[in-house]
Design a protein around this ligand. Structure first.
Ligand code: A2P
Length: 269
């Protein structure tokens, strides 16, 4: 029998590696975060990134690297992104809504992982802009709090409103049912802005060079005996911070050869 077209079930094109969007939060005109279902097969280490994107008109996937902002134990995946009005991916991705599908390749990689650092007492997370994403994962990772006595998160953005995602995350940690107790009083948060007026102004690189960060936080200078660092921002930030950290005597580590600090470019931006 011939089934009339209007009676045929709608045929959903099956996307390879499709995941479903569960929530979207718009933080500013140029920043948003979203959560998606997690593939059963996906195992990752907090701090790693995956390739994520949308299908193009021509039926091919358009993918970009995105740090996973949720911790390894979460049953969903969270991402934090800029919106570029003429960006090939984010001009479209910024319009996703719950129920929509995205493509996610379940092959996590990255250097901002605990395995790439040797043991220490104090851990610094240096982020600019959306570079806070891998630290949003690591801040919710129990291993972070089990391994270190103190964790210092610095986040530098152009304007105060760009700090909102990170601030909400930090504010939520002490009351988090899973890791709140582990966090205890160990977290220090050091947000700065470089353009819009805020309580603390300036690039983190300048604040480290002048010693102002240590003064403000009341902590000793970075010391290779005790301090470990993870850096995630623009190429310029990464290059400048490498020089600063090496000036303090820290060496760059990798998965295969752990040391005192690791760096990764903040993607999509
Ligand atoms: P600035 O406003 O002085 O350029 P962007 O939005 O361009 O990715 O920048 C995010 C933040 O990172 C901004 O506050 C920016 O400061 C800062 N930044 C950019 N490059 C560097 C760098 N080389 N060292 C330190 N901070 C940087």
């Amino acid at each position: 029998p011939v089934i009339a077209p209007e009676l045929q079930p709608a045929i959903q094109p099956t996307l390879p590696d499709a995941q479903t969007v569960t929530s979207v939060t718009h933080w500013t005109d140029s920043l948003f975060s979203f959560r998606v279902t997690r593939p059963n097969s996906l195992r990752f280490r907090s701090g790693e990134f995956v390739m994520l994107g949308l299908m193009k008109e021509d039926g091919r996937p358009l993918l970009r690297a995105y740090s996973i902002a949720s911790p390894a134990w979460d049953d969903e995946l969270e991402f934090y992104s800029i919106k570029v009005q003429d960006g090939p991916l984010t001009s479209r991705l910024q319009h996703i809504r719950p129920g929509d599908q995205i493509i996610l390749r379940p092959k996590p990689v990255g250097t901002l992982v605990h395995d790439a650092l040797i043991p220490g007492k104090r851990l610094w997370f240096f982020a600019t802009g959306t570079g806070i994403a891998p630290f949003a994962s690591l801040l919710r990772e129990p291993e972070t709090w089990e391994k270190y006595d103190e964790v210092i998160l610095t986040h530098t953005c152009r304007d105060p409103e760009d700090l909102a995602y990170g601030r909400q995350l930090v504010d939520g940690l002490p009351g988090d049912p899973l890791i709140g107790e582990l966090v205890g009083g160990k977290l220090r948060y050091y947000p700065t802005t470089t353009r819009g007026q805020s309580a603390r102004m300036g690039r983190i690189t300048d604040l480290l060079r002048s010693g102002k960060v240590f003064e403000d936080l009341g902590v000793p200078e970075i010391d290779p005996e005790t301090d470990r660092a993870m850096v995630c921002g623009s190429i310029g930030l990464n290059t400048d911070l490498k020089e600063i950290l090496e000036g303090f005597g820290l060496r760059e580590g990798a998965n295969s050869d752990p040391a005192e600090y690791v760096v990764e470019k903040a993607f999509v931006g």
